[in-house]
Each structure stands twice: as C-alpha cells, then as structure tokens.
Design a protein around this ligand. Structure first.
Ligand code: BTN
Length: 252
C-alpha cells in the first residue's frame, strides 16, 4: 500500500500521532494516514505544543513499518517531501532547518514529529507526524508562537485549500520514504542540504541542553547528524541531543 491510499479522517482528536500509534498497535498497515481537522493536544518536538486550531492547518500522521535499524534520516526525508509538496501545489518556496522544521523566510511554517515504537532494539513501527500552518492569520497564533510562526495564507496573501495539498504530499512522502527504505542515504542528505537554511561556513550556535557550542556548519552526515567545525575539531551532533540551532552569521 502506498502512503495515503487509506486515510482515517477525524473531526477532532488529542494528537494524530497518538491515534496513529494506537491503530499501528492494533495492526493497521503501513501507509495508513490519520488526518484531523483539529488537535486538542497537538505535540511538537522537545515537549513543545503544536498549535492546531480547527480547519486552519494540516495535521497528519502516517503509519510506517520500516525494516531498518537507523531511523535518523526519516524525518529529514519527510521534510524534503513536505517542502516539495508546498512548492508544487502552492508555488511556495520554503527551506528546511535541521532536523525537522520547514521555514518560510525565518519563520516556521511546518514541522515533523517522528516517533518510534520498539520491540527490544527493533523498530515495530514509526509514526510520522506532519504539521503545516495553512490558514492562520498572525493574530490567531497564540502569543508564544507569534514571533516565529507563519502560515501559507500569510505568505501568499490568500487562503489555501488543505485538500489540494494532500495528493502531492502523499506522493512526495511515498517517493522519499522509498528512498529511505532503499538505503539512499546520500540522496536524502543531498536533497536536504540543498533545501537547507544553513549554507556551508555559516556560524551556528547549537544548544545542547544547558550548554551551547558555536561552530561553522559543514553539512549533514549519512546518519543525519549536523556536522560542525568547532574549536579546531569536527563535531557530529545527533538531533536527540540538540535543543535548538541559531544562525549567528551567514556566509555569503
Ligand atoms: C515540530 O516542529 O515541533 C513538529 C510539529 C509536528 C506537528 C504534527 S501535527 C500532526 C502530528 N500530531 C502531533 O501531535 N504532532 C504532529
């Protein structure tokens, strides 16, 4: 089954990731999507909330059952897919901020929340959650999101249809998921780097919980880690250990 061949539509739910996870545990096949009009407890990464008002955004979660060990490139592949769908359907140019943000200019328009379920050290399923701000106005964003959130409507100056985005989104997700399954790490990394807000040489400040390090961005490696030149050495940072990345200086 391809991604999006089976869609469970919900009026409301806590989080589509939670519903998809329950369905996966009950044996729902790979490729099934849970799509909601609103979420009452939409989640972002690092324990943040995801603002999910009724009828204003895309809130979707895909059930995946990849027979692989390392999942670190999956959110990156999904980011590329979301970016391509926004470009193809709305003509909107967005960029990716490692590891799972979709940005329009400097503001966040979408994000990926990839959560896994394990049996021992094997992945039994992954839930790929995708959120895109579509029709919110600036005033509709709660104060804490307002200064760095944007919607497609704010970017284009007109309301847009979520349902028009869906067919290409499923196709792109399917394409990039298959690349991931086939072990095309280099292609995924190259596609991500190509669409990244970071350019080689940019000075980044990376927060690692309590402390931060500064260094020159040199790319993403084949395990999806952010590679920095810092204090005379090369550092490869896992998404799980990083709580935020800021560009201090843009190269060129
Ligand atoms: C992030 O950038 O922090 C990730 C945001 C992910 C939001 C989506 S909306 C659909 C799915 N359900 C959730 O609760 N979160 C993801």
């Amino acid at each position: 089954m391809r991604i999006g061949d089976s869609i469970r539509m919900l009026e409301t739910c806590s989080s589509t990731n939670d519903i998809a996870n329950e369905l996966a545990l009950q044996g729902e096949p790979e490729g099934t999507v849970v799509l909601a009009e609103e979420q009452t407890k939409g989640r972002g990464t690092k324990g943040r909330d995801w603002f999910s008002p009724r009828g204003k955004g895309l809130y979707a979660s895909v059930i995946l059952r990849p027979l692989k060990r390392d999942m670190s490139l999956l959110p990156l592949a999904a980011g590329v897919a979301v970016r391509e769908a926004l470009l193809g359907v709305f003509g909107l140019f967005t960029r990716l901020r490692w590891p799972n943000d979709v940005l329009y200019g400097r503001e966040k328009i979408g994000g990926i929340l990839c959560e896994g379920s394990f049996l021992g050290n094997r992945v039994s399923h992954m839930i790929l959650g995708i959120g895109v701000n579509l029709n919110q106005t600036r005033r509709e964003f709660p104060r804490e999101f307002r200064k760095d959130a944007v919607s497609v409507r704010m970017a284009l100056g007109k309301t847009v249809s979520r349902d028009r985005l869906l067919p290409l989104l499923w196709d792109e997700l399917d394409i990039w998921y298959r690349e991931f399954l086939r072990g095309r790490e280099a292609r995924i990394v190259a596609a991500f780097e190509d669409r990244s807000v970071f350019s080689p040489g940019d000075t980044l400040e990376v927060s690692l919980g309590e402390r931060a390090i500064t260094g020159a961005y040199s790319g993403i490696d084949e395990r999806g880690r952010l590679v920095l030149q810092s204090g005379g050495r090369t550092r490869a940072l896992l998404a799980a250990e990083v709580s935020g990345v800021k560009i201090l200086h843009k190269e060129g």
